[in-house]
Write a protein that binds this ligand. Sequence first.
Ligand code: GLU
Length: 306
Amino acid sequence: MKLRKSAAVAAAIAALSLTATACGGKDGSAGDKPEGPAKSGGKELSYTVKKDVSIDSSVFKAAKKRGKLIIGAKADQPYLGFEDQSTKKRSGFDIEIAKMVAADLGFSPKQIEWKTVDSGARETAVSKGDVDLMIGTYTINPERKKQIDFAGPYFHAGASLLVRKDEKDIKGPDTVRGKKVCSIVGSTPLQNIKKPKYGAKVTELSKYSECVAQMLNNQVDAVTTDDAILMGYAAQNKGKLKVVGETFSDEPYGVGLKKGDAALQKAVADAIKAHQKNGDYKKAFDATIGISGSKYQEPPAFTDPK
Ligand code: GLU
């Protein structure tokens, strides 16, 4: 039974990635390929790489010495952090934020070494030094701040619900009692939906794409996580999935970095602020999650560091 189930999930995941490469609209509409490079006015987005950068940070110095900045990212979140499995190219809003930060630290896109890190592995990857920076729909919160530091927030998302197009009963978090809801180990929306007040039957997996595959397979009734992530899946599966209800949590995104590295934390914050000011941030937004339906919001004021 267990085996049959996982074979079905594998088949659905395969179908999902097929959809990702097959549903190309030419006009930049929501059905466009999420794995293509982010473009503005027909031109691929790019950022001027700074020269002779020096930061009093051991992580930065080690990166400079190796000639590569190691960035932890998501790989299965269309329009946010996505890796095309055939070309190995990464795309999405977080990928653009990462390229902006890298450029201001003196690293070209070719000098970025990407590492896919799932939600539940982020704090460990950052604190152990497996990645220099973690940029992947990463909510800043006090629990995580005990282990690592953040630079941000650079964006605010909020938990929402993704359901099948024909779903009638689930309209928001108050309507999931007794329903099967999937979310991800180590994510804040999972903690949220497990609260007894919602009464949901929760399935915990390690990747969002696995939750989406289970939903397309009728094994779960809903997926919960940040609205920006869910809108990406809805756009990728047009006519099959929809996002319902208001958001029911605040998810301020930050760049995760090793605890106590104030110089690098400031440099990362300064980089994002500079690209927000010069218009790159808005262009990147419009070319990524703007396509999948997120509404542009003025960048939030930084709290880490102020
Ligand atoms: N922003 C939430 C979090 O950091 C959910 C998205 C994710 O799992 O990356 O836990």
